[in-house]
Design a binder for this molecule. Structure first.
Ligand code: CA
Length: 239
């Protein structure tokens, strides 16, 4: 029994997905990990269900019959601001828009996904939202150890430019976008090179190694990029 999981056992989840096979796969896997999922296939049924029920999290497909995922995400964010949302989409090019300020989703999962990834992501988002809930207000926005200057393609630590290459910057940016999320080497490769060139997973490791070295030189007391054995990497500052 893990003591680090801060969400209740059998937490209720809402899965909004119109492809029965995918919905079933997600539901079965989540049930196997002690969640209690409810399935809704039609976008028009979601808001009414949420009026009557209080899930711990919503997994929301982007393309739905009836009210689409984009509209639903905005609507849920407005009416239930604390309810975590994970968008599920096959449109990789949409993800930047889904997460963050524009639509307010907490995270995203790209199709095709592995059920294991779904469970990992659900747990990570729940942990984050529980932590934000219980933390005092002034502590919910800690000062980031590294900040990004998107226009200059620069990463700064303690006000100093880390001198990252374009690829290192891109890797850091992708991971910082979803703190705590574990990225596989394959997912990172997709973000590194837009032209589908073939690179090996060892190339990713080598870029990450250089990136971590530059960060450690500026911030020797902190580990920010963590490797997750057998899975990949994540951005997770301490504290
Ligand atoms: Ca769909």
């Amino acid at each position: 029994m893990s003591s680090t999981d801060s969400y209740p056992a059998n937490a209720s989840l809402l899965i909004v997905e119109d492809e029965p096979k995918i919905a079933r796969l997600m539901a079965d896997y989540l049930t196997g990990h002690h969640f209690a999922p409810t399935l809704i296939e039609h976008g028009d049924d979601v808001l009414a269900w949420l009026d009557a029920n209080t899930p711990a999290l919503v997994l929301l497909d982007l393309m739905l019959p009836g009210m689409d995922g984009t509209t639903l995400c905005r609507e849920i964010r407005q009416r239930w601001p604390a309810l975590p949302i994970i968008m599920v989409t096959a449109k990789v090019e949409e993800v930047d828009r889904l997460v963050g300020l524009e639509m307010g989703a907490d995270d995203y999962i790209c199709k095709p996904f592995s059920p294991r990834e779904v469970v990992a992501r659900v747990k990570a988002v729940l942990r984050r939202s529980r932590a934000a809930e219980s933390a005092p207000i002034e502590a919910t926005a800690p000062i980031a150890p590294v900040t990004l200057d998107d226009e200059g393609w620069m990463a700064l630590a303690k006000g100093q430019d880390l001198g990252l290459t374009a690829v290192e910057f891109q890797l850091l940016r992708v991971m910082m976008h979803a703190p705590g999320r574990i990225f596989s080497r394959e997912q990172l490769m997709d973000h590194m090179y837009r032209d589908n060139r073939i690179v090996s997973e060892r190339t990713v490791d080598s870029h990450i190694k250089k990136l971590r070295k530059k960060i450690t030189e500026a911030l020797p007391e902190q580990e920010i990029i963590r490797s997750v054995y057998g899975v990949g990497y994540k951005y997770q500052p301490e504290g």
